[in-house]
Design a protein around this ligand. Structure first.
Ligand SMILES: [Zn+2]
Length: 132
């Protein structure tokens, strides 16, 4: 099992990402979606990366996805897992997989989002395997 005593580095919000982090403090996961092309994107930004429209809106994220790729940082003390997770909304985000045995992880595995405390004001979105 991963030792979750590793405290994550505090995010540094920008003007554009502050609503995301404020929601995270309340345990809510937000995703940006473009009203012009209807695609969700990550990371949150004011201009759609697909069609360059500025008509982007915050919406409640599903908090579910699958592992696209991952790497176990075995030499770290304690070890931890870095992963790209493809959200069910479509975008892929870089995060950590926590509360798991790294040896049991697999590409394509279903994961769900949770927030872990950071060493600053805002919690950090991470993922854990969905229990069958
Ligand atoms: Zn768009």
């Amino acid at each position: 099992m991963i030792d979750n005593s590793r405290l994550l580095a505090a995010p540094i919000p920008t003007v554009d990402s502050l609503p995301f982090w404020e929601a995270a403090k309340e345990g809510r996961f937000l995703v940006k979606r473009c009203s012009a092309c209807d695609k969700a994107h990550w990371y949150p930004r004011p201009t759609c990366p697909f069609c360059f429209s500025s008509e982007t809106q915050w919406q409640a994220g599903l908090g579910s996805g699958v592992i696209y790729s991952f790497s176990v940082m075995r030499h770290a003390k304690p070890p931890y897992v870095v992963a790209f997770v493809t959200l069910d909304e479509g975008p892929t985000m870089l995060s950590n997989i926590v509360d798991c045995d790294p040896e049991t992880l697999a590409i394509g595995q279903a994961v769900c989002l949770l927030f872990k405390p950071s060493d600053g004001e805002f919690p950090v979105p991470v993922f854990t395997p969905v229990q069958p």
